[in-house]
Design a protein. Structure first.
Ligand code: S3P
Length: 175
């Protein structure tokens, strides 16, 4: 099952992606992880070394490669920052699922993890501004929005599977 997960940091893309990949027996292509495998550096280290722009270049290359492969693709929350990535994602022929949660529940997950450079360097107000700026971009690219509030990763994964199966058997109208 080929599917691409997008959404803000802390939306659960990686967790849900792992579950989905396991359930459907496909590889998980996690762009952050692929970047780390390629560079031997975490996103935090890359941001510190070559800045966000350098990270975004790498992310673009990795996304371009991942979409040519079969599997579950979990993207980084900033994938929509480059218009060339927006372009790539709007041209793919596989479902692009936007994992959407409330600001409150997303922030709750984010503050528990100090590894994200974007979160480390921003105040809550700045994160709220980033949230406001990014949300319409995810929504514009997604073929389907899945709401995640008060749901387990397993429930979200099952919803995605049902949606993708629905497209395959014609019970859900494709976009
Ligand atoms: C980023 C999100 C991160 C990672 C990097 C930048 C962002 O991925 O790609 O730290 O700009 O939102 P997650 O969405 O998996 O946290």
């Amino acid at each position: 099952m080929d599917v691409i997960l997008i959404g803000f940091m802390g939306a659960g893309k990686t967790t849900v992606g792992h579950l989905l990949a396991e359930k459907v027996g496909q590889p998980l292509l996690d762009t952050d992880q692929l970047i780390t495998e390629r560079t031997n550096q975490t996103p935090g280290e890359i941001f510190a070394d070559i800045g966000e722009a350098g990270f975004r270049d790498l992310e673009h290359t990795i996304l371009g490669e991942a979409i040519t492969e079969s599997g579950v693709i979990a993207t980084g929350g900033g994938i929509i920052e480059l218009s060339k990535n927006q372009q790539l994602l709007s041209e793919v022929t596989v479902p692009v699922i936007y994992l959407s949660g409330s600001f409150g529940q997303t922030m709750e997950r984010l503050v528990k993890d100090n590894s994200r450079p974007i979160v480390r360097n921003k105040s809550l107000l700045e994160l709220a501004e980033l949230w406001e700026a990014r949300l319409p971009k995810y929504a514009a690219i997604a073929t389907q929005t899945v709401y995640t509030d008060n749901k387990s990763a397993n429930q979200v994964a099952e919803e995605i599977i049902n949606y993708v199966k629905g497209i395959a058997d014609g019970t859900v109208k494709d976009w």
